[in-house]
Design a protein. Sequence first.
Length: 386
Amino acid sequence: MTDADNSANNNNSANNSNSNSDKRTKYYVGTNALNYYRPFMEVESPLENGLVSNWEGVEQLWEHIYNARLRVNSNEHPLLLAEPSFNTRALREKTTELMFEKYKIPALFLSKNAVLTSFASGKTTAVVIDSGGGITSVVPVQDGFALKKAIVSSTLAGNRLTEELQKVLQKKGHSIKPSFMITRKEIRPSEFQVKLKDCPNTSPSFMNFMVSNVVRDIKETACRVSETPFDEVASASMPTTPYELPDGNTIEIGPDRFSIPELMFDPSPINVEGMTFSGVHNMISDSVSKCDNDVRRELYSNVIATGGNTLIPGFTDRLQSELAPNLPSQNSYKLKIFATGNSTERKFSTWIGGSILASAGSFHQMWISTREYEEHGAGIVERKCP
């Protein structure tokens, strides 16, 4: 995620005549940098629906990774890149071109997220449901290769749940003030006076980003998936969960803590013009049904759940109960869902799988070398990185 600070162009309208020569865009990359308030700062993501939509932003991310995080020279290290399983040929070739032409890497390999996740689980054949912030995807993997014809993806994911929870909180009159707008002064031991700061020239995108961070934390703290389909009457009798907002006010999260994650299984209440959604269990059934008959049994017995959104308590148990009735035959098919209990491993299974793949003795034969790129061009990525 990147943000552009154009404050140099907004200081004074009297300087408009010279603004063209003064224009510049400064990028801040990473969560820590984005959480700091700057006037006129815009928050943008270089991805849309899981795919690259802003190459300038992506290059800023790569610059940040190489220079600020890894602190290595890109031309000294081969690169293994994880990519969405539904990535397009044009985007793959653009990535290949940039890496060899701009970053001068000595070798490159692109691997599908789902394939790497299956490797992290010690499997070469599985169906991977990966539900993160922006996208939920279901990808069958057979013998270490993603079955592209059977990939099913949806924007019904963590960010969508956060947006729906934010709408609910707004309807109930809860006003969320992000931490950057708040100052606390201790007036006596353990007692604080809270005041709102004046933050002029706050961009709508930055405000929305900061408010969404609070709502996301509410979701991750209070929400859980019920064992059975959501029942508002039954949920109303369950204890509420208190949550302290940044301004010190405490709100109670009641049935909404069950109704919001329920959308992953029953998305019918979501009202987005021109869009329809399927529950995650139906997405898995749809994906597996597009595969050959002889592999379906093995896929159903190796369902891997990964991604931060699957960490909502109760998610995998509910997925098991909702998916079981969808199996073609209860007698001949055995359903088994694998989901590591370690939250770090669940979030970063792609990178764990990448380390396993890169450590394989035969992996050096899979690289696209500089020489191969110069001889065949960016199109070689389709042949060497299927």
